[in-house]
Design a protein around this ligand. Structure first.
Ligand code: GLA
Length: 401
């Protein structure tokens, strides 16, 4: 081979190498790579709303608690901040800037603090001219509409791993158009940024948000959760029928957890957590972990329940029965086993039976039925028989022997 031929071959190899590397880089950023399972983490909104206690010291404290309380070990990864982090005005260059009283060290420093603990950092904005707060007076905090590229580039520079993108003050511009603009801008940064749409199900995001050019990783299917049993129940009912739309990379989001905030009983919080897990919903803790009670922590760190939410098969549980206020939801898991939640929404206790064939089990086989709250096994044909107190649920994992 002469020199010219060698040079051509060398540059060809180089070009092939570069193309392969960039294909690899692109491949590392598909939605399924960013969100193979539903997101787990924390968001301050449900515990603080816009109150002054929402600040840098609080978020540092939360990140510390992720480690101290074993939440990181349990799979919680994202530490996300919600509305009211920003200043009322963009800076002279048109960039968003943090409220200096709440975040005096800046957002990059906050992201660095969180990353140093092996965690990820999430931020909030709105696909509108302003965010959602404050609701009454003059608009408070600038939104991303028309600033998508600049904001996405800033997020990437700050080390943001996750964007929750709200729907307030949207100037009646088509939702798909607004959410596509940010989806494209986030991908153009070349950084894997989790894209969480928050249009409250107003435009049925499940029908369009999982496909490019939006390519969202999750979309809210409901309005805002409140810390009441009635609110949790309503959101569950809206979300449970949307199972066909969830898959790895793209999840239905019935809003964040209220576990630990005090408005429901422990029985109800256990149902809330079990229902969210069987629906492969995001598990975003909404309570101030610096003050969490042992019972709330016990619920939030149930690793067997979390494993159902995070199962690699990535299927949202399907409701196979709703009768007499009792819901039965079944979720197939990657190892051939299936998870089941039996939930009693009503005010009186119920004796519930679910036959093996209703669960799709083989009558010839023997099964281990593991109670995921009692952490105890029973063997038999896989049928479930349980007495449920009002608002209570039971959760199982059923495996063939
Ligand atoms: C909307 C969202 C909430 C929260 C608030 C913040 O209501 O749905 O989850 O982010 O805005 O203002």
């Amino acid at each position: 081979m002469n020199n010219v031929a060698r040079k051509i071959l060398l540059s060809l190899t180089l070009v092939v190498g570069i193309v392969a590397a960039s294909t690899h880089a692109d491949a590392a950023q598909t939605a399924a790579d960013i969100a193979p399972t539903p997101q787990m983490g924390f968001n301050n909104w449900n515990s603080t709303h816009c109150r002054a206690e929402f600040d840098e010291a609080m978020i540092h404290g939360i990140a510390d608690k992720f480690i101290e309380l074993g939440l990181k070990d349990a799979g919680y990864t994202y530490v996300n901040i919600d509305d009211c982090w920003a200043d009322g005005k963009r800076d002279a260059n048109g960039n968003l800037t943090p409220n200096p009283a709440r975040f005096p060290s800046g957002i990059k420093a906050l992201a660095d603090y969180i990353h140093a603990k092996g965690l990820k950092f999430g931020l909030y904005s709105s696909a509108g001219s302003w965010t959602c707060e404050p609701k009454k007076e003059n608009h408070g905090f600038p939104g991303g509409l028309g600033h998508e590229k600049q904001d996405a580039a800033l997020y990437a520079a700050w080390g943001v791993d996750y964007l929750k993108y709200d729907n307030c003050n949207n100037e009646k511009i088509d939702a798909k158009q607004r959410y596509s603009a940010m989806g494209e801008a986030l991908r153009a940064t070349g950084k894997p940024i989790f894209y969480s749409l928050c249009e409250w199900g107003e435009n049925k995001a499940w029908l369009w948000a999982s496909a490019p050019p939006v390519d969202g990783n999750s979309w809210r299917t409901t309005g805002d959760i409140e810390d009441t049993y009635a609110s949790m129940l309503r959101l569950f009912k809206q979300n449970v029928v949307l199972d066909a739309y969830a898959r790895p990379g793209h999840w239905n989001d019935p809003d964040m957890l209220e576990v630990g905030n005090g408005g429901m009983s422990d029985v109800e919080y256990r149902s809330h957590f079990s229902l969210w897990a069987i629906m492969a919903a995001p598990l975003l803790i909404g309570t101030d972990l610096r003050k969490v009670t042992p019972e709330a922590l016990h619920i939030l760190t149930n690793k067997e329940v979390i494993a159902v939410d995070q199962d690699a098969l990535g299927v949202q549980g399907k409701r196979i029965r709703v009768r007499d206020g009792v819901h039965v939801i079944v979720k197939p898991l990657h190892d051939g086993s299936r998870a089941v939640v039996v939930f009693n929404e009503g005010r009186s206790a119920k004796e519930v039976k679910v036959a093996a064939d209703e669960l799709g089990l083989d009558k010839e086989k023997t099964y281990t039925v593991r109670d995921l709250w009692e952490h105890a096994d029973a063997q038999g044909d896989g049928a479930i028989r349980v007495r449920l107190a009002p608002h209570a649920s039971a959760m199982y994992r059923i495996r063939a022997l």
